[in-house]
Design a protein around this ligand. Structure first.
Ligand SMILES: [Zn+2]
Length: 616
């Protein structure tokens, strides 16, 4: 995007330049002057991790104007070199472009927060246009020191359930205006990532406890402010550091005192009606109606057709999809066309194809090609906010590599089940309106290392994707438990992105209870950063830096170690599946997505869109 802007500028400016030059008298000789700034300054600058940084570059070509040169925009970061090229910021030192020098007004080349560490952004022009780093050259650089973030005590507004905050909550309080809020001890980065509205009360010194004090006598508050350091007064509670004899002083004035929990709590423990905090997302009639339309027979039919148990009609011809291996040629093309045809038949669905090419794995040179299929229902009010349901269409039979005419790779559980879920949900949801845009994405190349989704995220980088639910293997359960366990996988708790994923995972869990699906599913959240599914492409820090996307993996239980005996063999067939279990997950995912996207008969989207929070 940024590069295109630069190019447009190039054409305007060169035209202007040459016309001026033609009439210019002898110009004073001058050298090319690249300039690069951080937050408008030449630097070095220091910012907190989590605070957005804007890097701009400009160029005065001087008397080298119009001469062909190599252009480089690079950054040395704590995780190595990055450079800007037509794919955005990518690892390594790569040429931006080879173009004649021209005058460039300041253009923003980076705008996001950075993790803690030292960075230097470089803008270089090399007059020897040979795409290697040599002389003569002209350059400028700016240093950015990103400081780690200290712990702060903050007041955090609570839009839903307290646990949705996914922050270390130390108290839940009701202020003098009757508004409930949480006291959180966390870094600003954590607070920003949680997408909450907050205000900082105190920078926490090590080993400090806080006292919460309230009194029935309004005059006591004024008295307290005269004799102790009141950090915050919410109209009902005052907050002070518990140091020296402050507790005795406040007690003498007439305050009731509570020591704020020094360990995070998950529930309210002080001065608040717990029921008030437990406000669940409201049940929506439109969502109940949609859930009622999810039929096991329909899901069963889709799995049957995709896994070659029954014939399909593709482009007017009967066909049996025995194999969906990414490299299988005709079979995967037929399967892809089948999805395309189905989506095209749905009301209001915009259908597109995304072709990709990718290497198998880093150490391999095998090149795979494939197509992802995308169906989109455009949001009515917040169409730039995108909720994604994703499932991989491709299958694999590791015991037979002859894809066509050889043994089948039915992949009924892995992953006709997820694709059937998307088709069933899309068919129903296409008859409803949503505030946000919903995309149904069918990938290929997943079995070669999530190749299709990795290519896709690069394609859509910069779009406002607010939530991703990956459905991959949702139909095998032989535990015999009632109800059977089902997993929602998020990033590990040590990963900052965990906070984002947990909002979706918790909502999924709540929706299951809200719509009575808890008699069919026992949802267990697994914070294990499992990167073997397509959702992990949205967690990729090399693509998104620290602006990774909230994404979870909806998957069956692991009592059989994920269908170990059948997975990736000719035996992964419909007859082995637990269809009521699968259908319940289709309902739960549809309902979660409907809440995220804001079914328009409802009051509004679930408050995921508060991701861009600010400090009060
Ligand atoms: Zn799979």
């Amino acid at each position: 995007m940024k590069i295109k802007k630069l190019m447009r500028l190039y054409f305007c400016v060169t035209v202007l330049f040459f016309s001026v030059d033609a009439f210019a008298a002898e110009a004073t000789p001058s050298l090319p002057t690249p300039d690069i700034k951080a937050n408008g300054q030449d630097g070095p600058i220091t910012v907190l991790s989590g605070t957005p940084v804007s890097i701009t570059a400009s160029l005065e070509p001087g008397n080298e104007s119009g001469k062909l040169a190599d252009w480089w925009l690079a950054c040395s970061s704590p995780v190595g070199w990055y450079s800007l090229n037509s794919n955005g910021w990518t690892p390594g030192i790569n040429l931006l472009t080879q173009y004649p020098l021209f005058s460039v007004s300041p253009v923003e080349i980076y705008s996001a927060s950075l993790s803690a560490g030292d960075y230097a952004f470089y803008f270089l022009v090399y007059m020897n246009p040979n795409a290697i780093v040599d002389s003569p050259y002209y350059y400028d650089f700016v240093q950015v020191h990103v400081a780690p973030d200290p712990l702060v005590l903050a007041r955090v507004e609570v839009p839903g359930k307290l646990q949705y905050l996914n922050l270390p909550v130390h108290a839940g309080l009701v202020d003098g205006s009757g508004v409930y809020y949480a006291l959180v001890i966390a870094t600003r980065t954590q607070l920003n990532a949680a997408g909450v509205t907050y205000r900082v009360i105190d920078e926490c010194p090590p080993d400090t406890d806080y006292l919460l004090a309230s009194s029935g006598n309004p005059d006591d508050y004024g008295e307290a402010a005269k004799v102790v350091n009141v950090l915050y007064d919410d109209g009902h509670w005052i907050i002070v550091r518990d140091i020296g004899t402050v507790d005795e002083i406040l007690a003498d004035i007439g305050f009731d005192l509570k020591l704020m929990s020094d360990e995070p709590i998950t529930r309210v423990s002080t001065g608040v009606d717990a029921a008030q905090m437990e406000a669940t997302p409201a049940k929506l009639p439109s969502v109940s109606e949609m859930i009622g339309k999810v039929k096991q027979e329909a899901v069963n039919t889709y799995i049957s057709q995709l896994s070659g148990e029954s014939q399909v009609t593709v482009e007017g011809e009967p066909y049996t999809i025995k194999n969906r291996h990414t490299d299988s040629g005709t079979p995967i093309q037929k399967a892809t066309q089948y999805i395309l045809d189905k989506l095209k038949g749905m009301k209001g669905m915009t259908v597109s194809t995304h072709d990709w090419t990718g290497k198998e794995r880093k150490e391999s040179n095998i090149i795979h090609k494939g197509s992802n299929i995308i169906g989109e229902l455009k949001g009515k009010e917040k169409s730039s906010e995108i909720i994604i349901m994703i499932a991989h269409l491709d299958s694999i039979n590791k015991f037979d590599e002859s894809y066509e005419g050889g043994k089948a790779a039915p992949g009924a559980d892995d992953n006709a089940s997820g694709c059937a879920a998307l088709l069933a949900a899309a068919e129903i949801m296409s008859n409803y309106s949503f505030q946000s845009t919903i995309r149904f994405i069918f990938t290929t190349g997943e079995e070669q290392g999530t190749r299709g989704s990795m290519a896709y995220v690069k394609e859509v980088k910069g779009q406002n994707i607010v939530a991703v639910l990956n459905l991959d293997m949702i139909a095998y359960s032989t535990s015999g438990l009632t109800p059977p366990t089902q997993h929602v996988k998020t990033r590990h708790i040590d990963d900052l992105g965990n906070l984002k994923d947990m909002i979706i995972a918790n909502l999924y869990k709540d929706v299951v209870t809200l719509y009575g699906l808890d008699s069919s599913l026992n949802v267990v959240i697994k914070q294990d950063s499992d990167v073997n599914g397509d959702q992990s492409s949205f967690w990729d820090k090399t693509v998104f830096l620290d602006k990774t996307i909230p994404a979870v993996w909806v998957i069956e239980d692991d009592y059989s170690n994920f269908n170990k005996d059948n997975m990736h063999t000719v035996d992964d067939r419909l007859k082995t599946l637990n269809m009521p279990y699968c259908t319940a997950q289709v309902k739960a995912t549809l309902a979660t997505v409907a809440h995220l996207a804001g079914s328009t008969s409802a009051s509004g989207p679930y408050p995921l869109n508060v991701m861009s929070s600010q400090e009060l």
